[in-house]
Each structure stands twice: as structure tokens, then as C-alpha cells.
Design a binder for this molecule. Structure first.
Ligand SMILES: *Cc1c(COP(=O)(O)O)cnc(C)c1O
Length: 373
């Protein structure tokens, strides 16, 4: 049996007849940059995330960069984040010239540990970037308390968590900014790259719009050095159509996760495999990934065995950011973040995409059993 990690073709087949005419309309108009379709989509996302504003940008990575730029964060500033995330989170901090400062994660949720943040605050700290990893929100209440106490900006990296909730509040509506990615493999994926920044602050929103267009306001007059961070109209119409289905996809992912839990619970490896744990706060986990922990020393073998059996699996992430070659200059060493390092050695993501079937999940669990027994 073949079980891909993600199957976007079946999703596309369902919406093809809706999407192609919308794309054709844009092509006929030859109006590609920003405009009414982008504005409409921005309003839809603001509404979906429970924020006042949203500013469409080129990618999730650029969403993080532009938020940092609007805050004037750069050389000499420190930004605290997790070492257990996709590279872009820390890459954005370094790209604006600031210093990424890592704080270890909670072993249950894989999200940044607020207590670890506290220990990393210095007089140079300007912001915190919590990541809502795999689709479950970080411990936002404690993070907001710390931020307020030290006058820090909070930029939520919600790239994997659009529609996820923390105590009834949507990801991206709690911090000063919410940054989202529409990379095709995210829960809401474009036909290429795209991203968006949400905020409740009118002043910040105005600056986001200025910065995404080379800092010009009015046209050809530049008070700031921004960049070209504009979301394409073609992507906006695709995303606008897909957004209508997002909740049903998230519900399907939750159902699939529940099925995995039931299957593993009655499997022969129930005591060997650690399933994703729910945070202590109330959450709406949208399962961008379903990542399990397997016994030390078994992960790489399991990964190969599953791939050989036709099952698409991957490791998010094999190397924590403090150990990346490009961040050697930050001076971290092995053992600095034991929880993140342990997760990198033991974690593996199983297929959880909405259209996957019960038979596929049974096969996946059976193959995991076969290898770990
Ligand atoms: C995907 C991702 C990003 C970057 O998004 P792009 O749209 O690919 O630039 C940033 N942070 C996290 C946690 C991500 O998963």
C-alpha cells in the first residue's frame, strides 16, 4: 500500500472547477499585484484569525522578517525563540541583523518553555517569537505576562497553526503580530509561496503595508527601507477559495489523529511510542503534523523501514537550530538544550493529511509495530 505524507492532488481535484475560472479572471484582467482580490483575502483572514487587520506578504519567512523590520529590530538586539522549529523562525531574526537567543522547549508539547524564556531575558531583548509547532499553540498566557513585564514584542510564528486556538483565542490574535505561511504543505496552502501577518494594532498594520512595498508612502517617497513583500493576486484568489474548506480539513486531521491514538493504544507498541500530548491549556490542535517519539536509537531505522514500505514519513526536525553550522557564531554547544536535542533524535512525522484513509492508518501502525517489535 502507498501512503504519501501529503496528497495535494486529491484536494485540488475537488476544487479545480472553482479555482481555474478564478485564475482565468485574474489572467484576463492582467492585474497581478495587490488589488481588490488581495484585500478581500486579507479581510477574510483577519476575520478567520479574530484580528482587526491582516497584511498579505510573499511567504511565512517574510512575514516574520517584515514584523521584525516594522519594530525596528536589528543590530544589537536580541530575540528569544525556540531551537526546535523550522529554520525560518531564527533565520528571520538573523536576517534583520539581530541575534537569535534560544530557549528550550516543553517536553510534552515541543513548544517553547516560558520558564526557559525568563532565564534568557537581558537588557538587549526586544522580542519573543513563540512557534505554535505542528498546529498546537504555545503557552501564550505565560508568554504574554513575561512580555508585558519586560516590555517585549511578541511575534507568533503560526506558520503551522492557522485556525489553532489557545483558550478560545485564535493563533495570531494574542501577540502583537501573527505570522502565517501559505507554503503548499501548510494546512492552508497556496499554489506557490505566500504568507500573511495579522495584528490588532492599526499603527502596526499601516507600517506593515508601507514596509511590504519598499517603505514607500506615498509612492516614490521613502521614509523607511522596506522591501518587496507583496502577496500575488493569483495566490490570494486560490487561498480565498481554499479558506472555505479549511475548517473541514482541520476537522479531518483531528479525526485522523484520534484514529491513530486508538490504533496505537491497542497496538503491541503502545508502551514504546509516545503520541503527541495535549497542552494543559485548552486548545484547538489543527495537526499540521502528527509527530510521535520512538525509543532512542530506533528513529532512523524506522524512517527507512516506513519509506521502504511505501509510507511517506519525515523528520521535523533532525538538527536543532543552535547546532546549525550557520549559527556556530552564536557559540552554543551540544547539550545546551537537552529537550530539543532529544526530540530531534526521536521524533518522526506520520501521514495525517485530511484525505488519508483508515486503511492507510492501519497499515502505518502495523508497519511501525513490525519494526519496533
Ligand atoms: C513553514 C514555516 C515557516 C516559513 O514559511 P515559508 O512560507 O515557507 O517561508 C516559518 N516558520 C515555521 C514554523 C514554518 O513551519
Amino acid at each position: 500500500m502507498q501512503v504519501p505524507l501529503l496528497d495535494l492532488k486529491s484536494q485540488y481535484a475537488e476544487m479545480k472547477s472553482e479555482i481555474l475560472p478564478a485564475l482565468e479572471k485574474i489572467c484576463d484582467s492582467q492585474y497581478f499585484i495587490l488589488g481588490a482580490d488581495v484585500e478581500k483575502f486579507e479581510q477574510e483572514i483577519a476575520e478567520y484569525c479574530g484580528t482587526k487587520y491582516a497584511c498579505g506578504v510573499t511567504s511565512g519567512s517574510d512575514a516574520l522578517i517584515i514584523a521584525l523590520m516594522v519594530e525596528g529590530i536589528g543590530q544589537g538586539d536580541e530575540v528569544i525563540t525556540t531551537p526546535f522549529t523550522f529554520f525560518a523562525t531564527a533565520g528571520a531574526i538573523a536576517r534583520v541583523g539581530a541575534t537569535p537567543v534560544f530557549a528550550d522547549i516543553d517536553p510534552d508539547t515541543f513548544n517553547i518553555d516560558p520558564k526557559a524564556i525568563q532565564e534568557k531575558i537581558t537588557e538587549k531583548t526586544k522580542a519573543i517569537i513563540p512557534v505554535h509547532l505542528y498546529g498546537q499553540c504555545a503557552e501564550m498566557e505565560e508568554i504574554m505576562v513575561i512580555a508585558k513585564e519586560h516590555n517585549l514584542i511578541v511575534i507568533e510564528d503560526g506558520a503551522q497553526a492557522i485556525g489553532s486556538e489557545y483558550e478560545g483565542k485564535r493563533a495570531g490574535s494574542i501577540g502583537d503580530y501573527g505570522c502565517f505561511s501559505f507554503f503548499p504543505s501548510k494546512n492552508l496552502g497556496a499554489f506557490g509561496d505566500g504568507g500573511i501577518v495579522t495584528t490588532n494594532d492599526e499603527e502596526k498594520y499601516k507600517l506593515l503595508k508601507i514596509f511590504r512595498n519598499h517603505g514607500s508612502e506615498p509612492k516614490y517617497f521613502h521614509k523607511y527601507i522596506g522591501g518587496n513583500f507583496r502577496l500575488d493576486a493569483l495566490q490570494a484568489v486560490v487561498l480565498s477559495i481554499k479558506l472555505k474548506y479549511l475548517d473541514s480539513w482541520s476537522a479531518a486531521r483531528q479525526r485522523n489523529a484520534a484514529e491513530y491514538r486508538a490504533l496505537f493504544a491497542k497496538s503491541t507498541v503502545a508502551n514504546k511510542v509516545e503520541l503527541p500530548k495535549k497542552a494543559t491549556h485548552s486548545t484547538r490542535h489543527i495537526y499540521n503534523q502528527f509527530c510521535i517519539l520512538v525509543p532512542e536509537g530506533t528513529r532512523d531505522g524506522l524512517k527507512q523501514a516506513l519509506l521502504d514500505a511505501g509510507i511517506g514519513v519525515d523528520v521535523y526536525y533532525p538538527l536543532p537550530l543552535h547546532k546549525q553550522e550557520c549559527f556556530e557564531y552564536l557559540g552554543y554547544k551540544d547539550g545546551d538544550f537537552p529537550v530539543s536535542e532529544g526530540a530531534c533524535e526521536r521524533i518522526i512525522a506520520l501521514p495525517i493529511f485530511p484525505e488519508s484513509t483508515s486503511e492507510q492508518r492501519e497499515y502505518v501502525v502495523a508497519e511501525v509495530e513490525k519494526f519496533l517489535n
